[in-house]
Design a protein around this ligand. Structure first.
Ligand SMILES: C[S@@+](CC[C@H](N)C(=O)[O-])C[C@H]1O[C@@H](n2cnc3c(N)ncnc32)[C@H](O)[C@@H]1O
Length: 226
């Protein structure tokens, strides 16, 4: 499964950023809530790991909010990370890039925050729960995990309604049919989980203060602290 995800994002890399605002209605609030959920001060020299960093979109918001942060961007797709390298090419050694599959890679280092956007929903449920445990292990005490992601509604009816409203909204926002078709094709690889399950796996991994700060259509932002 990881290799089809990798292929899908290798193919999407060049065009990825362009359609984001239309495919994620509420883009500003979604990413803003993720950044607001990182419980540190602007000038703190925090170490941050971004899982599924892609072209570095979430990391760019982190870098802007925390100008002294050192950010490690990890992704399975070399092509997506190539865009991130370009984005941060003037940033110096504050930025590190690691091509790796977080489903089974050893997560190196010790971090103040582990963040992720629109990525972990590609893992099977058991892998998500196991990943939460591995994230907990690389966080410093007091550190936080923030996941801004897609989720599955609690019932089939709700899921159908959320997905239908998302589709109507992205069309209203003027997404191109080609971008939409590619996104829908990639979404066939999604393995979303309910919010209840994900918050429970967080608590089982040891996280405290687990919280969902954002829920809109098919998107959520939740977090917890070590
Ligand atoms: C939709 S993109 C999101 C990129 C970025 N976080 C953002 O907010 O725009 C999902 C990214 O997760 C990466 N990804 C998916 N599964 C992965 C895995 N098992 N290990 C590492 N990266 C993965 C994909 O290659 C892709 O770059």
């Amino acid at each position: 499964m990881a290799s089809s995800v990798q292929r899908a994002f290798d193919l999407a890399a060049g065009d990825y950023d362009r359609a984001r605002r239309r495919l994620v209605p509420g883009f500003d609030d979604f990413y803003r809530t993720a950044i607001d959920s990182i419980p540190f001060q602007r000038d703190d020299e925090v170490d941050v790991l971004d899982l599924g960093a892609g072209t570095g979109l979430l990391s760019a918001f982190v870098a802007y909010r925390f100008p002294r942060a050192r950010i490690t961007m990890l992704d399975i797709s070399d092509e997506m990370l190539a865009q991130a390298r370009k984005r941060f090419e003037l940033g110096g050694d504050r930025f590190r890039f690691v091509v790796s599959d977080y489903a089974d890679a050893v997560l190196d280092g010790l971090y103040d925050a582990v963040v992720s956007a629109l990525s972990i929903h590609h893992l099977a449920d058991a892998q998500k729960a196991a990943l939460f445990g591995r994230i907990y292990a690389v966080l410093k005490t007091g550190g936080a995990f923030v996941n801004a992601d897609q989720f599955r509604a609690a019932t089939k009816e709700l899921e159908k309604s959320h997905h239908g409203r998302w589709l109507a909204r992205v069309r209203e926002l003027g997404v191109g049919e080609k971008d939409l078709a590619q996104a829908l094709e990639r979404m066939k690889l999604d393995r979303t989980a309910t919010l209840d399950d994900q918050l429970r796996w967080m608590r089982e991994a040891g996280f405290r203060d687990t919280d969902c700060a954002y829920q809109h259509l098919i998107f959520t932002v939740y977090s917890g602290r070590k």
